[in-house]
Design a protein around this ligand. Structure first.
Ligand code: AMP
Ligand code: MG
Length: 335
């Protein structure tokens, strides 16, 4: 059973001994947070203390953003409280509203009543009955995260779910901490959210693997990048089967159903990892055409994957190398 954002205390910290790479001390800290495997590799400075510090930070952010842990700021918001906050929670709620506007509602932070009905945070997976779904849809449509002088609240009586941007936002917080701490560079990996920090000590570009949605443990390909965010949303990452049909976790807020437009995976490459995270979720709902137009507008690069095609945006043409396993399975289209 997989639960989303509830593994706050299940924090496993395994430390790899330090070694050196390109002349810099390297250390990787491993953890589990925000319901995903986390690795933070830090180069230079006091790399072990900084990498461990990143996991501590992540642990604190998760305690604020968890949708299921009673006592988290998000949990209190969803109970109908007005939450006073001027820190990360405030920032991430504001960002969620901005991405909602930018994507014309495809990313909707108030989608939680529907996500919960499908069981994606409780683990009680089921196809909702029609009446339940239309009641939840109405609630989602009427709800917004509101900012007043008293604090943050949900208007319309609904509930928010920050799972579509929390990991991307958290990665940005870690990046700031790493830069302030005097480390040279780092790679932060929170499940499908990768954020590279600085330049690789040996002067070459970072090599980021993109997972194959075919779930065969293989890569779709690799991306050679400098400092940037590489964020993937995929239907293969969280789903369940009922009566022979697969239902995944990215919900179209217009219908209340898992988004169904032929996409199986969307990767967004951008400077900011919170934006890339919000966009990858939204793009999965919006489909290829609308997403490509918005990506151009905001200066993001994309990789869209269907059952048999990989669409790679122009800006990634020189950076993306398809894996050998793609041959005969996917057609790679550059556009
Ligand atoms: P990601 O893995 O970043 O694409 O985020 C998926 C998670 O975001 C889901 O597990 C839900 O918690 C939440 N979510 C699902 N659909 C939406 C949506 N349309 N807008 C905002 N959040 C969503
Ligand atoms: Mg996302």
């Amino acid at each position: 059973m997989r639960k989303f954002l509830i593994t706050i205390l299940a924090f496993v910290l395994v430390a790899l001994p330090s070694c050196t790479e390109g002349g810099a001390e390297v250390y990787t800290a491993y953890g589990t947070a925000m319901d995903t495997n986390v690795t933070v590799t830090v180069y230079g400075g006091d790399s072990s203390a900084v990498a461990d510090g990143c996991l501590e930070l992540l642990y604190n952010l998760e305690a604020e953003f968890s949708v299921t842990a009673s006592g988290s700021k998000l949990y209190r918001l969803n109970q109908g409280d007005t939450v006073k906050d001027e820190g990360h929670f405030y920032t991430v709620c504001g960002l969620a509203n901005e991405i909602n506007l930018l994507t014309d509602g495809a990313y909707d932070p108030c989608v939680y009543p529907i996500v919960k009905l499908w069981g994606f945070t409780t683990g009680e997976y089921k196809v909702p009955d029609k009446d339940e779904l239309s009641a939840a849809l109405k609630l989602v449509k009427e709800s917004d995260i509101s900012f007043t002088e008293n604090g943050i609240s949900i208007s319309g009586g609904g509930m928010a779910d920050l799972g579509g941007i929390a990991k991307g936002y958290a990665a940005e917080v870690l990046k700031s901490y790493i830069k302030e701490s005097g480390a040279e560079s780092a790679v932060i990996s929170l499940g499908g959210n990768i954020l590279t920090v600085g330049v690789k000590p040996d002067g070459t570009r970072w090599n980021i693997g993109i997972s194959s949605p075919k779930n065969n443990g293989k890569l779709l390909g690799t991306l050679k990048v400098e400092e940037c965010a590489v964020v993937t949303s995929g239907s293969y990452l969280r789903n369940f089967e009922q009566d022979g049909k697969i239902y995944h976790h990215i919900i179209d807020p217009a219908s209340g159903m898992p988004a169904d437009n032929g996409l199986v995976s969307v990767t967004v490459v951008a400077d900011d990892s919170a934006l890339a995270d919000g966009l990858s979720t939204a793009f999965f709902v919006m489909g290829i055409e609308k997403s490509m137009a918005l990506a151009k507008e905001v200066g993001a690069e994309t990789i869209f994957v269907t059952e048999s095609e990989i669409y790679v945006s122009d800006g990634l043409k020189e950076k993306f190398t398809p894996d050998a396993s793609v041959e005969g399975v996917y057609k790679v289209i550059y556009n």
